[in-house]
Design a protein around this ligand. Structure first.
Ligand code: CMP
Length: 143
């Protein structure tokens, strides 16, 4: 079954949006597979954002994601990677549609509340980077 990696960034935690954000994926019907509340090391942040290493905002990205606790999660379900990106909204909250997480709660591209894997292969890489195998819980919801 398809899985994606989501992380509520330090701004989402600071603003008290953890419950609201998790609720949106739960009520949509996706299945929570892993969740941890953690400070991100510089090493993990640099690996996570490796594709952005040459961008001018790379140092700021790493500094921000390591600035306070985050909620790292794995969610499962059919089409979850693309669907989660829709629920999250466009990268720049100023242009994200109302009804999306970023569209409803953000205005800053550098403080856009939540990260979601952009493709199935990226999700596999990010899940392996952030979680050990025994932190993933396989279960079947009885709906
Ligand atoms: P995220 O989904 O975590 O993946 C990469 C992040 O880079 C993105 O969210 C934004 O927070 C950030 N980002 C993208 N473009 C810019 C930019 N032009 N300036 C600052 N941050 C950016």
């Amino acid at each position: 079954m398809e899985r994606t990696f989501l992380a509520i960034k330090p701004d989402g935690v600071q603003r008290g949006l953890v419950g609201e954000i998790i609720r949106r994926f739960e009520t949509k019907g996706f299945t929570l597979v892993a969740l941890k509340f953690m400070k991100v090391s510089k090493e993990l942040a640099e690996q996570h954002y490796d594709v952005h290493r040459e961008r001018p905002f790379f140092a700021g990205l790493v500094e921000f994601i390591t600035s306070g606790p985050v909620v790292a999660m794995v969610w499962e379900g059919e089409g979850v990677v693309a669907s989660a990106r829709k629920i999250i909204g466009a990268t720049n909250p100023l242009t994200s549609e109302p009804g999306t997480i970023r569209g409803d709660f953000g205005i800053s591209i550098g403080r856009n509340l939540i990260h979601g894997s952009d493709a199935i292969e990226t999700a596999q890489r990010e899940i392996a980077l952030w979680f050990k195998d025994d932190e993933l819980v396989s279960w079947q919801p009885h709906l």
